[in-house]
Design a protein around this ligand. Structure first.
Ligand SMILES: [Zn+2]
Length: 478
C-alpha cells in the first residue's frame, strides 16, 4: 500500500493523508484547511486554498472513504470542498466529532457569506472580479448540510470493517471532545499491517476530557509534533492559574478580566474550571460573561456527551447537577448584549472569541478595554504572527484595533494550561508505547520544521532510528 502526505507536512495545519491499498481502496484521513498560508495569517480564514487544478491534488471522486480524527477546522475544514469536487462517499468519525464539526463548518460558512455580502457592497471593478471568483470558491451553509448528511458516527474502541481487507478503530486521544487516534489494519499479500494516525494528541488531566488512551503495537505511526521541541510553561493546575489571575484582577483591584478563547473546547474547559472555583473555593460571585454564540452551541454538545467526559467531571455533575451553569454566569447571545457589556461597571470576566484576537466579538472588548489599567487580557492559546493577540503578547505600547491607534495600558498575560496539545514529554510517551523492534517507521507531521527535527533527534536518541519528516506530496510504500 501507499501513503501520501497531502497536508500538515512540515507545517502545523491542513491535515490530510491518503492511504491507498494494493487493490486500489483509497482512504483519506482528515481533510483540513491550511491556516498557515499568508492569507489565513492576515485574518482571512475564509480564503480557499485552491490551485489551478482545484482544491485537491488528487481526484476527489476516486476516494472510497474519509476518516476524521477530530472536529478542529485544520482537520475538517476542506470537507465541503471535497464533495463539491465530486466525492460521493461517507465520512466516519465519532458522534461528538460529527456534532462539533457540523457547528464549526456552519460557522465557517456564515463567515464566508458575510465576506461575500461585504464585497457585494463595493462597485469597484477589481472587487467585483474578486467577488465573482470567491462566489465559486467559498462554501456556504447548503454545502455544509449536504456534506454532513454523509457522516456515519461510530463508537470509540469498536473495530469497524471498511472493506474485505481493511479495518479501522477510533481510540480516545484527549485533546477535544470526540478526538481520536485512528488505527487502520490492512491485510495484503497474506500479511497484516497496522498504521496509527495520531490526530492531535491531548494531555493528561485536562479539564473535562478523559486522558488519551494507549494504542496497541503498530507497524507505522503518523505522529503530530506541534510541541516537539518544548514543554508547557505552566506546571500549575488550571484552577490555580485562573484563581491567581482573578484574585489579582477582579478582587484585589477590582477590575475586569478578558479571556480571548476559541469557542469550541477551550471555552468549555474555562467555564467548568470557573464553576469549580466558585463552588469549591468560595470565590465571590464575580460576573462571568460568555460572549460567543458558537460557544453556547458547543457547550450543549459537551453536556450531551457526559458519558465520555473524565471521572472528575462526572462526579462533579452528580454532586452539582451542572457543569457549566452557575449563578453569576450569563451567555450573551445578541451583538447588542455583547456591546452593552462595555457599560457593565462591576468587576467581571469576559470570555469571547477568537482566541487569536483576530475577528470575532473579542476585538470589540479589547478595543474598549485596552487603555484601561484595571483590565487584564489573558491569552490562553497560540497566536499566529501578525494577529492582534500576537501583537499584544509582543508588548507593543500602542495598538491599532478597528482602525484606531490605542495606547496599551491593560496588563497582557499568557498561560498555556488550557492548551489541548500534549508537550514534548507527552509526545515521547505516546511514541514509547511502541517497541522499536516492531515499529517500522515514525512519520512526523503537524508541526513547524524546527519542532519536527528536534523531536526526530529526541526519538533517535530514545532508540527509534526510523523517523521521517515527509514533504507535502511525498509518497511512501508501506
Ligand atoms: Zn486539534
Amino acid at each position: 500500500m501507499k501513503l501520501t502526505f497531502w497536508g500538515a507536512a512540515r507545517q502545523v495545519t491542513g491535515s490530510m493523508f491518503l492511504l491507498e491499498t494494493d487493490d486500489d481502496y483509497r482512504i483519506l484521513i482528515d481533510c483540513g484547511s491550511d491556516l498557515d498560508s499568508k492569507s489565513a495569517q492576515n485574518g482571512q480564514e475564509g480564503q480557499p486554498q485552491k490551485s489551478d487544478t482545484g482544491f485537491f491534488p488528487f481526484e476527489a471522486s476516486g476516494i472510497n472513504v474519509v476518516l476524521l480524527t477530530h472536529a478542529h477546522i485544520d482537520h475538517s475544514g476542506n470537507i465541503p470542498n471535497l464533495y463539491r469536487e465530486g466525492y460521493e462517499g461517507q465520512i466516519l468519525c465519532t458522534e461528538p466529532t460529527f456534532a462539533l464539526t457540523n457547528l464549526l463548518l456552519q460557522d465557517a460558512a456564515s463567515l464566508n457569506l458575510k465576506r461575500l455580502n461585504e464585497l457585494g457592497k463595493s462597485k469597484k471593478q477589481r472587487v467585483r472580479k474578486r467577488l465573482a471568483e470567491l462566489q465559486k470558491d467559498l462554501f456556504l451553509e447548503k454545502q455544509v448540510r449536504e456534506s454532513m448528511a454523509n457522516v456515519v458516527p461510530i463508537q470509540f474502541n469498536r473495530k469497524f470493517k471498511l472493506a474485505d481487507n481493511v479495518e479501522v478503530t477510533f481510540i480516545p486521544a484527549g485533546h477535544l471532545l470526540g478526538a481520536a487516534h485512528i488505527l487502520i489494519s490492512v491485510y495484503e499479500n497474506g500479511q497484516k499491517k497496522t498504521i496509527c494516525f495520531s490526530g492531535d494528541i491531548g494531555r493528561k488531566n485536562y479539564p473535562l476530557l478523559s486522558d488519551p488512551e494507549t494504542i496497541p503495537p503498530v507497524d507505522y505511526l503518523i505522529c503530530e509534533s506541534t510541541y516537539g521541541n518544548r514543554l508547557h510553561i505552566d506546571a500549575q493546575a488550571p484552577e490555580a492559574v485562573l484563581a491567581d489571575v482573578i484574585r489579582r484582577t477582579c478582587i484585589d483591584i477590582p477590575g475586569r478580566l478578558i479571556i480571548p478563547s476559541f469557542s469550541v473546547g477551550r471555552t468549555q474547559a474555562l467555564l467548568y474550571t470557573l464553576n469549580r472555583l466558585y463552588t469549591e473555593q468560595g470565590f465571590p460571585p464575580i460576573k462571568v460573561f460568555s460572549d460567543s454564540p458558537l460557544a453556547l452551541e458547543s457547550t450543549k454538545v459537551y453536556q450531551k456527551n457526559l458519558r465520555i467526559l473524565n471521572k472528575e467531571a462526572k462526579t462533579y455533575f452528580e454532586e452539582n447537577e451542572s457543569l457549566f451553569d452557575f449563578e453569576n454566569f450569563e451567555y450573551l447571545e445578541s451583538s447588542k448584549a455583547s456591546k452593552e457589556v462595555s457599560n457593565y461597571n462591576q468587576p467581571c470576566i469576559i470570555i469571547s472569541s477568537s482566541g487569536m484576537v483576530q475577528g470575532g466579538r473579542v476585538e470589540h472588548h479589547v478595543a474598549t478595554n485596552i487603555s484601561n489599567p484595571y483590565c487584564t487580557i489573558l491569552i490562553i492559546g497560540y497566536c499566529a504572527e501578525g494577529t492582534l493577540g500576537w501583537r499584544l503578547l509582543n508588548g507593543q505600547p500602542t495598538i491599532s484595533v478597528k482602525g484606531k491607534d490605542l495606547p496599551v495600558m491593560a496588563r497582557v498575560e499568557r498561560t498555556d494550561v488550557f492548551s489541548g496539545h500534549g508537550d514534548r514529554d507527552d509526545l515521547l510517551r505516546f511514541v514509547k508505547q511502541q517497541t522499536p523492534d516492531r515499529l517500522k517507521k515514525v512519520f512526523l507531521v503537524h508541526g513547524e520544521f524546527t519542532s519536527m527535527s528536534a523531536f526526530q533527534q529526541t526519538l533517535v536518541e530514545e532508540g527509534f532510528p526510523e523517523v521521517e519528516i515527509p514533504k507535502k506530496g511525498q509518497t511512501y510504500e508501506l
